[in-house]
Structures are given as structure tokens and as C-alpha cells.
Design a protein around this ligand. Sequence first.
Ligand SMILES: Nc1ncnc2c1ncn2[C@@H]1O[C@H](COP(=O)(O)OP(=O)(O)OP(=O)(O)O)[C@@H](O)[C@H]1O
Ligand SMILES: [Mg+2]
Length: 229
Amino acid sequence: MTVVKAENVVKDYGLNGNTVHALRGVNLEFQGGEFAAIAGPSGSGKSTFLHLAGCLDTITSGNISIGGSDTARLSKTQLALLRRNSIGFIFQAYNLIPVLTVEENIGFPLTLLGIDRGEIRERVAQALEDVGLEDMAKRRPKEMSGGQQQRVAIARALIKKPALILADEPTANLDSKIGREILELMVALNKKEGTTFIFSTHDSMVMEFARRIVHIRDGMIENDEVKSA
Ligand SMILES: Nc1ncnc2c1ncn2[C@@H]1O[C@H](COP(=O)(O)OP(=O)(O)OP(=O)(O)O)[C@@H](O)[C@H]1O
Ligand SMILES: [Mg+2]
């Protein structure tokens, strides 16, 4: 099944009366169960693509479908439901809620889904263990390092077991040992739950784990490399 389908996607940003051409006609498809990386130099359009695929921003022209629905045809409410139910985000700015503790931040997506408190507690405990933050459940984001906050964001994205996870440089602030552990956790989730992962990355370790690497440059796809099994 096609999870993300981008057709001739153009994204321009307006900047002080000028136009920045971030994506210049991108055609890309991702199937369910893929473990794929988007690689390219700084400014090439990786984050822009992930934001559009996550329905967090509007496209200038072209089309993006998620799970077969054309996002241009969905209402704001339908888009919000799609994001809440089906997509997990791990972004460069971690978007943690400062007033909530680590465990509250991680459990928040489940609270929104109306899951009962006992189950949330169990799943949060498991997620904390998965990312190695058992001892930090009661801290607030500002009391942690950048890499620790990133792991909270990862746990929060994984906890609702979404069909699609979009991760913008998920290992950027992690040392290589923790980065590897997190990637192994994602591979396990990909195998067990069939979760589709799309990363943006500069990290050779992420590219080593990825089964497909899409190279992007100046807002255009340069090369799409699927590794043989
Ligand atoms: N909100 C914005 N307003 C104006 N220009 C923007 C905005 N966001 C991104 N850009 C520009 O769009 C282009 C693509 O940016 P994007 O963030 O997608 O790159 P990237 O590949 O993720 O880079 P990096 O590896 O540094 O994270 C860049 O030229 C960037 O300066
Ligand atoms: Mg980026």
C-alpha cells in the first residue's frame, strides 16, 4: 500500500519579498513498511518535504496523498485527525511541552486518543525503558540535555504506534551508541508493527540502517537508491 505519494510537489517560501524555491517538482512514493532515508546537503529541502508529508504546512503546487487520501481535499479537522491517529513526528525542534514532565510529555498523544490512565502508565514505562530514560520520568524538558530531550521526543512519537513516522535528523544530537540503540528500536518496530519510517539525515549510521536512500539536492530528487535485500 502507498503510504505517501508526492506528485510534482513545489514548495516556495516567501522571504522579505523574495521567493525561496525549497522544492522544485518532487515525485516520490513510499510504500507501507519502508525504512527510508532522505539525504542531501543543508538547505536541500529535506525538512520541508517531511513537513509537507506530515500535513504540517501547505504545498505551493502539486499533490500529496497520505494513505490514499489527497491532502488537498481534506478539511482542517480531517487533517488534524490524520496527524493524530496515523503519524508520529520526531522533529529538529523537539516540540516538547515545557510545563509537562517527561512521562506526561510521552503519554500526551495517548491522552489525546482517550486511552485509560492505567494503560498509559504501562506504555509510558515501557517507552521510557526503550529510550533509556527510566530515571528521568519526573523531570521537565529544560532540566535535560538536548540528546535526552530528543529521546523524549522519540518515545512520544513511538508510543502511539502510528502507521507512519517522520523523523527529521533523529540521531543528530545523540552519541553513536545511543543513536544505534534508537535505530535498532525503530528497526524492531518496523519489523514487528510494519511501521513506515521516513528519515531525513546526514548521519552515515542512519544511511547504513536505511533500506532505501533518496538523495535530494536543490529541491530536486537526484537519485533514489533501494538496497538489495
Ligand atoms: N520558513 C521558511 N522561510 C523561508 N525559507 C525557508 C523556510 N524554511 C526553509 N527555508 C529555506 O528552504 C530551503 C530548504 O530548507 P530545509 O529546511 O527544507 O532544508 P534541509 O535540507 O532540511 O536542511 P538542513 O540539513 O540544514 O536541515 C532552504 O533554502 C531554507 O533556507
Ligand atoms: Mg532540515
